[in-house]
Design a protein around this ligand. Sequence first.
Ligand code: FRU
Length: 489
Amino acid sequence: MEMLRKAREYENITKTKADPDRPSFHLTPATGWCNDPNGFSVYKDDYHLFYQYYPYDIIWGPMHWGHVKTNDFISWDYLPAAMAPDQDYDKKGCFSGSALELDDGRHLLAYTGCYTGEQTAIDGSYYQHQCIAIGDGLNYKKMDCNPVISADLLPDEYSNLDFRDPKIIKKNDSYSIIIGARRKDNSGHSVLLFESKDLQKWTFASELISSDDKLGRLWECPDYFEIDGNDLLLFSSQLAYKNQDIRETLALLGKYDDNQKKFKITSEIPLDYGTDFYAPQTIKSLDGRRIMIGWMQNWASVDYKLTGKNFFGQMGFPRELYFKDNLLCQSPVQEIEQYYGDRIYFDNLKIKEPVFFENIEGRYYDMEVTIHFDKDPCNTSIKLRQNEDSYFQLYFDSDRLLLSGNRSKAGIPSEYKNQTEIPVNLVNNSIKLRFIVDRYSIEVFVNDGQQVASYLIDSKGEKIQFEAEKECGFDIDFHKLIRKESETL
Ligand code: FRU
């Protein structure tokens, strides 16, 4: 407990130093480092979120769990750190995991404990096993019987050096945990299923899904849920980043076969086409929506730190997942409307030459732009967060039916991946683009969320420039976003 006390005391001191120029509508730690969202759950009618957290610096360090809660997914109350790596079995870090409200009113956290053991692995990696802590929404006690899923329960062909990120699910009277795992001979990656009746004694049940490298390598942070009778399995693949053909975070659509305890994949859906979206978790909200939140970052560019900031890492804007016309779609949570300030609306404005509009600008807004093509589509461009020397560009290439998001002039150095492509369909000869813009990020929702792309940026520009190769009609629906000052640090 000493380490947790120290972290909480440190938080009390540093929260007074929280940077006022942090993102306005995206969660960051008050100070220090964060990566994956953890333990996203409903507990006593509040939404709790934890995150991978190193309070003492803006680099990754021994992982703690930071803790916040919310009622609207946008304004968060900061709570004291929930866990520190203070036991022999997790002293190298409390890695990612999930949470569950128990029937008896307690809050359960399932996480990966990392340790080096007597023999450090050759490459210096940590051994991993699964642990549980139980608490009251503020304080959590790690179970005496930890680790509850040790390497002994792993089938022989799997390595306990990449065996992590338990997602716990309750079904009737029993519990399941799914975990990302790598085979020792590197022949593939799996999501493994374990089961328990009492949360203490677990057994290996099956390889829920398994693959060679076709869907990316090193599967992390699985999530599993159902929407409208469709089963979905989410995971992120850290080593996908360098491969243009594989997206880091996938939703596998399919069906769970309860007899074989296998997930049969029918299709793979990339959840984000931008540079920054990883390790999402979902919950069912109190009014029945499936809400997802991910880390708006990628591992390949964590060395780049926002200029002059004492925090690192932010969560993406929470999204609702739903099916429309049999397609998995995503939209920013509807609570965003509670933050709307002035609205400006233009209907079918004819645009060709580069143009800016008075009051359609800023660093925080929700803007929907529908571009109507006359006959054939033509190339169009929208530049956001523009000033004399910087901007983010979303360019529509009408021949290839591709949108290209480019942040290479938006403050992120050229050694990082700065441009990505998003395949699009024209709907009634138009494209609909919704932009959620905050101090350090741009998220684009294409055609009512059929595709989404998230980009971290580091520039101060505020102007928005519209341009088309041939004259097109632009509907522009612009809402300034106004922060409520209710967040408590
Ligand atoms: C994913 C991840 C997880 C791990 C955590 C460590 O981003 O690598 O697999 O639990 O980060 O911080």
